[in-house]
Design a protein around this ligand. Structure first.
Ligand SMILES: [Zn+2]
Ligand SMILES: [Zn+2]
Length: 241
């Protein structure tokens, strides 16, 4: 199981970058978590578009779904060119009506996921936990039966998230603000992430959904005040195997 960061910015992409997008691959299966602005362009460095089999979206804020529309067109064109022969599957929650915008028949099909049931996607099993965010949003735990990756998606800190992430191999944690900053909009600051990582006893932490201001390396120091494991800042192309 290999994870590659496609995009890691909060709200909008920096030049030549993307907002939320994480590629998880095993054998010949490629799964994308979230599909934010700029993701489709940068994804192609790591996965030909016709090889992408599935997308799971955490919620319907634009920095997580902005490129779904052009992904529809990509699958249409790849199919017409004879390079893709199967539909792409996009999984999303049905807590609001935006679910209906995920499908683009017959090239892209949408399938709802539920927080109380395990979702099997290729070689991966995914479980979900509803987060604390203004729009309904789900954290995800992805496993191949050997390793566990937890992605917080967008959320403020809550204790249940630490239980959900218990002893995961990699915690991909949103870190939208610095220590002592107010976490407006349902997000976590570096102190929240440190507490989360410590309580969860996560084996490794990747900070993502990064702020467009401040000295981002100080997020690492601030997280380490509560957590003594390995912490890194997400960047385009960062990978975990
Ligand atoms: Zn959001
Ligand atoms: Zn976001």
């Amino acid at each position: 199981m290999k994870l590659t960061v496609i995009g890691c910015w909060h709200g909008y992409p920096e030049p030549e970058e993307a907002t939320s997008g994480y590629l998880i691959q095993q054998d010949d299966f490629s799964l994308l978590l979230d599909c934010g602005s700029g993701v489709l362009s940068h994804l192609q460095r790591y996965c030909p578009l016709q090889k992408l089999q599935a997308v799971v979206v955490s919620h319907y804020h634009q920095d997580h779904i902005a490129d779904i529309g052009v992904l529809h067109y990509a699958r249409l064109i790849e199919t017409k060119l004879g390079r893709a022969s199967t539909p792409l599957f996009i999984y999303g929650h049905k807590d609001d009506e935006r679910f209906d915008t995920l499908a683009y028949e017959p090239y892209v099909k949408s399938i709802p996921y539920q927080s109380n049931s395990l979702l099997d996607v290729g070689p991966f099993a995914i479980s979900f936990l509803k987060t604390k965010h203004p729009a309904p949003c789900y954290a995800m735990k992805i496993t191949n039966g050997q390793k566990e990756i937890v992605y917080t998606a967008d959320t403020s800190y809550f204790l249940g998230l630490a239980s959900f992430a218990k002893e995961c191999d990699l915690l991909i944690a949103e870190c939208s603000f610095y220590k002592n900053q107010e976490t407006v909009g349902g997000h976590m600051n570096s102190q929240d992430v440190g507490i989360l990582a410590n309580k969860a006893r996560a084996k490794q932490v990747l900070l993502t959904h990064l702020p467009h201001f401040g000295e981002r390396t100080s997020l690492l120091t601030e997280v380490k005040e509560s957590y003594d494991g390995q912490v890194e800042l997400a960047s385009k192309g960062w990978s975990f195997t």
